[in-house]
Design a protein around this ligand. Structure first.
Ligand SMILES: Cc1cc2nc3c(=O)[nH]c(=O)nc-3n(C[C@H](O)[C@H](O)[C@H](O)COP(=O)(O)OP(=O)(O)OC[C@H]3O[C@@H](n4cnc5c(N)ncnc54)[C@H](O)[C@@H]3O)c2cc1C
Length: 367
């Protein structure tokens, strides 16, 4: 019997695992994949996310961006700048392998599984029936942290069809270009897709992608190819990968009983630009703290981990609501919104806040 089982070794799972392992709890971390593994993600880490990593990841940063180019409908563009970094670019394959290594060093036991078959819980713990190498196995723990991403099996097992999660599609590819480092980090809203294209510079190539703010948004390799041809004068794409980004229009589904959902498994990514690493880290940290309290390693421990976890995510929910409002205005009226957004006073205020690691509600507070 473990203190906690964590399903999924993305940023939410490894962060929770690292903190709980370091706190001396027995932790089993499960993933369907062996690491390092590829992951559809542009690897952009905002300053507010950067400070949440419980270990130093500076060795994984491939580019630090202090300027972001925004392309408006009609192709006019403006540059958002800050003295401090606005985004750090990493490669998810490296980031996740590194984070898993840190979690294992902190004391987590990692196990690769084929699939989760069944979840049962009672007053004392949670049992997971697993399929591994053609055999069935049952593992048990006091708590379960579901960190298995947008298509979370844990979420489906505890909520059935009742889930209020919305999955927004995103597709990315690497494009080898000369002088990749000279390309500015770009968010391109010029195409009529209710979403945006991005270009993120790395060392030897740029990463391009499409994000759709519509759950059934059209997305395919040809769209990316056309975009690369238009903007980068090449249509050589490598490593094309797509995956949904999970958000929720209502209050996110954070778990039930002794099961806590985190990151994309709980639909915590924001629906404006699809940033999900920040919420994964934040919810990973808070779920770990909730379990640690409940296991009683802390003074004045509340016994109900889920109740504490729900309450402590209040600020994140406030931010998600604000992002939802911004997304509905931006994608309904992109021309008008970005004309307003191009105003120096306004975007300077946002970029200053973001570069200082503030969240959206903290930036908007003075207004
Ligand atoms: C194309 C694309 C680009 C993106 N770019 C950015 C970006 O630049 N910045 C940003 O902040 N966000 C970005 N996101 C969103 C971000 O990737 C996610 O929000 C983030 O990874 C969520 O972290 P997580 O830990 O909750 O889940 P994940 O990172 O998805 O990790 C889930 C883990 O669970 C494992 N798993 C899945 N199912 C099971 C199962 N049944 N059993 C066991 N293990 C399982 C998976 O193998 C995976 O390792 C992007 C997403 C996409 C699709």
């Amino acid at each position: 019997m473990y203190d906690v089982i964590i399903t999924g070794a993305g940023p939410a799972g490894t962060t929770a695992g690292y903190l709980l392992g370091r706190a001396g709890l027995s932790v089993l971390l499960l993933d369907r994949k062996n690491f390092p593994r590829k992951k559809a993600c542009a690897g952009g880490i905002t300053p507010k996310a950067m400070v949440l990593f419980p270990f130093d990841i500076s060795c994984l940063v491939r580019r630090t961006c202090r300027e972001v180019k925004i392309i408006r409908p009609g192709n006019a563009s403006f540059i958002v700048k800050a003295k401090d970094p606005l985004c750090y670019i990493t490669k998810r394959m490296d980031l996740d392998a590194y984070s898993l290594e840190k979690a294992v060093q902190a004391g987590c036991r990692f196990r690769k599984i084929d699939r989760i078959v069944r979840l049962d819980q009672d007053d004392h713990g949670v049992s997971l029936t697993l399929s591994c190498d053609g055999k069935t196995d049952i593992v048990r723990a006091g708590h379960l942290i579901g960190a298995d991403g947008a298509n979370s099996k844990v979420r489906r097992l505890i909520s059935g069809q009742r889930s209020c999660i919305i999955k927004l599609p995103a597709l990315e590819a690497d494009v080898p270009v000369k002088n990749a480092g000279l390309h500015p980090m770009t968010f391109d809203f010029s195409r009529d897709i209710q979403g945006y294209y991005w270009i993120f510079p790395r060392k030897t190539h740029v990463n391009i992608g499409i994000f759709s703010a519509l759950p059934n948004g059209t997305m395919n390799r040809d769209l990316l190819k056309n975009y690369a041809r238009d903007r980068l004068k090449t249509d050589i794409l490598t490593d094309v990968k797509g995956y949904p980004i999970a958000t929720s229009y209502d209050r996110a589904h954070l778990g039930t009983g002794r099961v806590l959902l985190t990151g994309d498994a709980a639909g915590l990514a924001e629906p404006l630009l699809g940033e999900g690493i920040y919420s994964a880290l934040k919810s990973g940290i808070l779920s770990a703290r909730a379990v640690e309290y409940a296991v009683g390693r802390k003074a004045s421990a509340p016994s109900d981990a889920l109740g504490w976890y729900r309450q402590s995510l209040g600020d994140l929910h406030l931010d998600l609501r604000l992002y939802r409002c911004c997304a509905s205005v931006l994608y309904r009226f992109p021309k008008w919104s970005l004309a307003v957004g191009s105003c120096n006073i306004l975007h300077n205020c946002f970029s200053r806040g973001y570069s200082k690691g503030k969240t959206l509600h903290e930036i908007l507070m003075p207004f």
